[in-house]
Design a protein around this ligand. Structure first.
Ligand SMILES: [Mg+2]
Length: 388
């Protein structure tokens, strides 16, 4: 048995031009701003010298994520590096008050370690069967700074994404909970690219009342939207109101992005409160947790759509039959995707990474199949913790 014998947690920063806080402190497009973001690389080495490593993409920017991971690391020393199922069960219980988010990067690291030990990609180990994933361009939130600042800007950007190859487009509009601007954007984008692209909208829990959510849902119906995601200010935690909404509109609902873990998501199926399940390896106890969620959805005959972007997401989707689109998040017409420039192998979740046929590739090398840029990391490191 190979035991985990050393863990390095490397904190680093990176700069994003054109990103800044709005009046409420939410980050968005601001052409005169530059934002320093922080993330981390987790490295787990076992007694055979195999190293698994992972850099969270979007989730690593939330300080709460790393602060849930750090307390778990000392107790991993001496554990079987291949016992992912045992560790998933143990840390799910240990973090039961916190939803298990902190274990997610650890599980992804252990999958990378396993793949490197046996010389196979994670997708192959999961039984992956597709290597080009249909993707949707998922926008950054609306702004008031000349980027995505009006419905016509979303329509123009959707056309740009279509011309790059994307066959699907999802918008995140403004955060003021105004259904009128949301509905105007739903119509503007559909009028521009409807018929060419599958369209989704994600109010990101900004709509304040059930009545307003109904209006938004009916606008989606009018324009044949593919799904409506997390419309309401309950933050996607109240199944009852979404069951009511499903009964009133035709557009499929996508919920459970903010519902942590396999068991809690299952209630949304039995309550008939969502059409799609949501899962994210960076939030739902890693690749192990996501694949369990995919099997749960499969058993009920429904689809699971992965939240956000990253190599772990691609390996999971490669092996999930009941999933439609990879989310290329969060793109913008005038700003790069605010992700760490951490890979040297050509891996990219930037807007232009899409192929002309609207797909993105699954890395084929061992483990996650990506190579961390050690020179960038050395330049950008702001702190390190080592456990052994
Ligand atoms: Mg969402």
């Amino acid at each position: 048995m190979a035991k985990i014998e050393k863990i390095d947690l490397i904190h680093f920063t990176f700069e994003v031009a054109g990103l800044g806080p709005d009046a409420e402190g939410t980050l968005g497009y601001n052409p005169s701003a530059q934002q320093t973001l922080q993330s981390f690389v987790l490295k787990i080495q076992d007694s055979e010298g195999t190293i698994g490593e992972y850099c969270p993409m979007h989730s690593g920017k939330h300080p709460a994520v790393i602060n849930q991971t750090i307390p778990l690391l000392p107790s991993l020393i001496g554990q079987d590096s291949l016992a992912r199922e045992e560790l998933y069960q143990r840390y799910k219980r240990r973090h039961r008050h916190l939803g298990g988010v902190g274990y997610s990067a650890i599980d992804i690291c252990l999958w990378d370690l396993f793949g490197k030990k046996v010389g196979m990609s994670i997708a192959t180990l999961l039984g992956g069967f597709r290597w080009d994933l249909p993707a949707y361009a998922s926008t950054n939130s609306g702004d008031h700074n000349g980027g995505l600042s009006e419905p016509a800007a979303y329509a123009d950007f959707a056309q740009q994404c279509r011309d790059l190859g994307y066959r699907a487009f999802k918008m995140h509009c403004w955060s003021d909970g105004d259904p009128k601007s949301e509905i105007a954007t739903i119509a503007a984008v559909a009028n521009a690219v409807g018929g060419d692209m599958d369209l989704m909208t994600d109010p990101a829990s900004h709509i304040r009342t059930y009545s307003d959510a109904l209006r938004v849902g009916r606008a989606c119906d009018d324009h044949d939207y593919y799904w409506l995601e997390d419309p309401l200010a309950d933050c996607g935690h109240a199944p009852h109101v979404h069951r009511l909404l499903r009964q009133k509109i035709k557009t499929p609902l996508l919920l459970t992005e903010h519902v942590r873990g396999l068991e809690a998501k299952s209630a949304w199926i039995t309550e008939e409160a969502t059409d799609f399940l949501r899962a994210d390896p960076e939030y739902d106890l890693g690749i192990t947790g996501v694949m369990k969620t995919a099997a749960l959805a499969e058993a009920f005959g429904i689809d699971v759509e992965l939240h956000s972007s990253g190599p772990a997401h691609r390996h999971c989707m490669s092996a999930i039959r009941n999933s439609n689109y990879y989310e290329l998040a969060l793109v913008h017409p005038k700003m790069t995707n605010p992700l760490p420039p951490i890979y040297t192998c050509g891996y990219s979740d930037q807007l232009e990474a899409v192929s002309a046929d609207g797909t993105l590739p699954v890395p084929t090398g061992p483990g996650l199949g990506v190579t961390i840029d050690t020179e960038f990391l050395a330049r950008s490191e702001v702190g390190r913790q080592t456990f052994e």
